[in-house]
Design a protein around this ligand. Sequence first.
Ligand code: PSU
Ligand code: MN
Length: 302
Amino acid sequence: MNSYLHIHPEVQEALLAGRPVVALESTIISHGMPYPQNVETAIAVEEVIREGGAIPATIALMDGKCMVGLSGEQLGYFGNAKNVWKVSLRDMPYVISKKLYGATTVAATMRIASMAGIRVFVTGGIGGVHRGAETSMDISADLTEMAQTPVAVVSAGVKSILDIGLTLEYLETMGIPVVTYGQAEFPSFYSRKSGYTSPLEMDSPEEIAALLQAKWQMGLNGAVLVANPVPAEQEIGASAMEVHIQQALTAAASQHVRGKEVTPFLLKYIAEHTGGESLEANIALIKHNAKVGAAIAVAYSK
Ligand code: PSU
Ligand code: MN
């Protein structure tokens, strides 16, 4: 396994010394946001994590290796190249054996973070149970991965391109604690509201770190989902987004978009039809997640 893992020296040093490290995904860079804002955001998010007292480790596949920690130049490549695969768990062995470029989803990033010994991971939004999953069976491998891999996943909740209620049910079935940071309602990415009460609420990084410790020391495998609501100033109301989501779903159906293309298609459609406002919210919430994630990693390392 280790011959496939390439840990950046700075990250390796921090891990060996027991200092806080925060993993970051790369699908959000290559397939989740337009250039050049994606690269600017990737760099800014790493900076927020450093300011918070942790070492950032952006994860991606290249040259037949699982890279844990990328240089600025490599981040730039993943943000701008056309030949980058979107890599969930299913795609990892292919992209590694073919030595292709791969941007890792939440599922693949978690697995690689865990291989490296990283326990906290920051992203924007997770994949989940899609609307209509009762017929399409479209359920993200992010959820099954969370059932087994011990990493805290800090996100802004679940985007309403998904069925939020079914996603919360699935997380419950899989034994994954869902903790909303600082409020009782589970957030829906662009909006602080979703209409669903969060299973758990915690108000400090220390409380969350204690929950992580309790879970993993008891031998309960799997992730904890930390939902961090978008800052109020950048919030977009759920009803304003719903119109665009409906249109995106209709477009996806009429163009027969399937499989791993569904999520990137919906994200791109919504970004193009809501313009600067949704991108601004997206950037703000990821930076906010990085701040909270770094604080959790710092608390957990103590
Ligand atoms: N949701 C977002 N932004 C994203 C993604 C999801 O709001 O960038 C990306 C993440 O990388 C996530 C992946 O892990 O999409 C899920 O893809 P799928 O539904 O194909 O599992
Ligand atoms: Mn899917």
